[in-house]
Ligand binder design. Structure first.
Ligand code: HEM
Length: 186
């Protein structure tokens, strides 16, 4: 009889331990989600796309695209580096915006994904390929370190045109600077 009650006691104790374990596991499952830089840039909230009536776009993507488009315009007028963009500029001068639209789209997706966007996939060239004139005929000549610094300068101007707060610009800037070795190839 004693044996049976000992067994019952052991089984009850084991069940109690399992119950406590499973409760504590449940609470461990509720891991707080850390906001990404993309979230701070506007995140996944859907807003009207001012460029396409009746179309919605993630607020984060729209903010990034606005900065990218402004930056491309700043670069177009920057004689320090616009010589690398001769193919694009010749198209735009003829009124052909297809290359501009594709570049804007690719650059926006690249930055969105780099800052943590989950709903987009970058399908463009790698940073090394995109900036190697032998692989990308749209890249007129290799970029130097000074070209890269001018590009960052123009990005800051593009960001300021859109009122991007300094702390967010700093965080995006860190990602951009981390890519310097892939972009600068001379
Ligand atoms: C970290 C900084 C940079 C990033 C993240 C970046 C990103 C990109 C991306 C995503 C593309 C499009 C690739 C594709 O279409 O598959 C591109 C194209 C290009 N980039 Fe950059 N880039 C950077 C710096 C520079 C610099 C410093 C220069 C020259 C001064 C430059 C010149 C170009 C040119 C000429 C193209 C081709 C544009 C066209 O399609 O007409 N980039 N870049």
């Amino acid at each position: 009889m004693k044996k049976v009650s000992n067994l019952l006691f052991a089984a009850t104790a084991l069940l109690a331990v399992l119950a406590i374990e499973s409760c504590s596991n449940k609470s461990n499952n509720v891991t707080p989600v850390k906001p990404t830089l993309y979230d701070s840039l506007g995140g996944t909230a859907m807003v009207n796309d001012p460029a396409k009536a009746g179309t919605m776009i993630e607020k984060g993507r729209l903010g990034i695209r606005s900065v990218i488009d402004s930056t491309i315009f700043v670069i177009a007028g920057d004689s320090r580096i616009n010589g690398h963009f001769t193919v694009l500029l010749a198209e735009v001068t003829k009124g052909d915006l297809s290359g501009f639209t594709e570049l804007s789209d690719n650059l926006t997706t690249f930055v969105a994904v780099a800052t943590g966007a989950k709903h987009y996939t970058y399908n463009g060239m790698s940073m090394t390929e995109a900036h190697d004139p032998a692989k990308n005929s749209r890249m007129n000549g290799k970029a130097s370190s000074a070209d890269f610094d001018a590009f960052v300068d123009d990005l800051v101007k593009g960001a300021n045109k859109n009122g991007l707060p300094a702390n967010l610009l700093g965080s995006v800037g860190k990602i951009v600077v981390s890519l310097k070795a892939q972009v600068v190839q001379k």
